[in-house]
Design a binder for this molecule. Structure first.
Ligand code: PLP
Length: 394
């Protein structure tokens, strides 16, 4: 027998986003490829975490997380999402929404189960499904408004379908699912008896439309696994604090699988997040959307001006743009061309499709204003550089 990686490992590839971040670092470019969110961490969150460290909250926590954060999350779910949940039995604190999805898939999916995924998709969703040996089945959203129909869902279902993934607001399309679309999904999930995994990490990043948690729709409470976290809302992507809300029937096993990989989310940081939820006023969350809509408009305006027509997102902090005029046969080549020509890193559209996306690039606008303005300034050299390419070909 020769040594080799597992079959599972062979099916998962390094994220194109990390690859572009490394390339960008090499040339000291501006990284609009990764959702790192380098805006400031709110003061109550930072201060409470520091106090927790100094006060000795540095040990493992219960698998479900510390009581203050579970209570704060349950209260927030009632107030903001319209979901009543018991902080003792229906809230699990995770190492980010990433930890939540992984643990939920481990607890609820069997190898060979089919999981419906809208594409363009978030790569971690796909790779997590693959890592637990379930099978992704794609429903492709139609640009420019990323629409789908109930018939698209029916075409994707088979006797092996066990779950469907929703991500609203979505990465990378910026789609905010409408009430009607969510009701189609709810009706579909009930008729076929499916779990619904809903990733709501961008719930406060909405510029048009409203955030609706699928668990609030008819027939959905028991089958819905609601996943979110504070990486984006509090700009703490490196802290790893997220959560799962679900029926108590599933919660214990999800907590157990999370424990197995992560043990717990960092204890003092759980306290920092709990205090942030408790102390920050409603206006803080409203301000997020106000601040990010300006970033969106700046970036989308620039992309339009330089001929990379954007599909203007209704939510999240990404934009997909049409890069079909850039040199290159694939979206990876186009992303590399753009990085070389302007010093701005984006992600190849193919990273979000099982087969396609070659005309698209994704840009992230979760940047502080100075960096985003500099990125836009650099992008504006593109028409001139492209003109030179065209001339040299003539
Ligand atoms: N879900 C989506 C759709 C994301 O885009 C991201 C980060 O880019 C995450 C989850 C990661 O969330 P967390 O940091 O809570 O693991």
């Amino acid at each position: 027998m020769s040594l080799s990686l597992s079959r599972r490992a062979a099916r998962t590839v390094q994220s194109e986003i990390r690859v572009m971040s490394i390339e960008c670092e090499k040339i000291k470019g501006i990284n609009l490829s990764q959702g790192v969110c380098d805006t400031e961490v709110p003061e109550p969150v930072r201060e409470a975490a520091k106090r927790a460290i100094d006060g000795g909250i540095n040990s493992y926590t219960r698998a479900e997380g510390l009581a203050p954060i579970r209570e704060a999350i349950a209260e927030k779910m009632r107030r903001f999402n319209g979901i009543e949940c018991d902080p003792e039995t229906e809230v699990i604190v995770n190492s980010g929404a990433t930890g939540s999805f992984y643990a939920a898939c481990m607890a609820l999916l069997n190898p060979g189960d089919e999981v419906i995924l809208f594409e363009p998709y978030y790569g971690y969703h796909l790779n997590t499904i693959v890592a637990v040996e379930a099978e992704p089945v794609y429903v492709t959203l139609r640009p420019p408004h990323w629409t789908f129909s109930p018939e698209d869902l029916e075409r994707a279902v088979t006797p092996r379908t066990r779950a469907i993934v929703i991500n609203s607001p979505a990465n990378p399309s910026g789609k905010v699912f409408s009430r009607q679309e969510l009701e189609w999904i709810a009706d579909f999930a009930c008729r076929h008896d499916l779990f619904v995994f809903t990733d709501e990490i961008y719930e406060y990043f909405i510029y048009e439309g409203e955030h609706i948690s699928p668990a609030t729709l008819k027939g959905m409470r028991e089958r819905t696994i609601t996943m979110s976290g504070y990486s984006k809302t509090f700009s703490i992507t490196g802290w790893r604090v997220g959560y799962t809300i679900c029926d108590r029937k599933w919660a214990q096993s999800i907590a157990y699988f999370h424990d197995l990989v992560y043990v717990c989310a960092p204890a003092p940081l759980q306290i920092g997040v709990a205090e942030g939820i408790r102390q920050l006023p409603e206006s803080f969350y409203g301000q997020i959307a106000k601040e990010y809509v300006q970033k969106r408009d700046l970036l989308c305006g620039t992309l339009k001006e330089i001929g990379l027509t954007p599909s203007v997102p209704k939510g999240s902090y990404y934009v997909l743009a049409d890069a079909s005029d850039l040199p290159g046969r694939t979206s990876k080549e186009r992303a590399r061309y753009l990085l070389q020509a302007t010093g701005v890193a984006s992600v190849a559209g193919s990273a979000f499709y099982h087969d396609g996306g070659e005309d698209l690039l994704r840009f992230c606008f979760a940047k502080n204003d100075a960096d985003l303005e500099e990125a836009c300034r650099r992008l504006k050299v593109l028409p001139e550089k492209l003109g030179a390419v065209l001339k040299s070909r003539a």
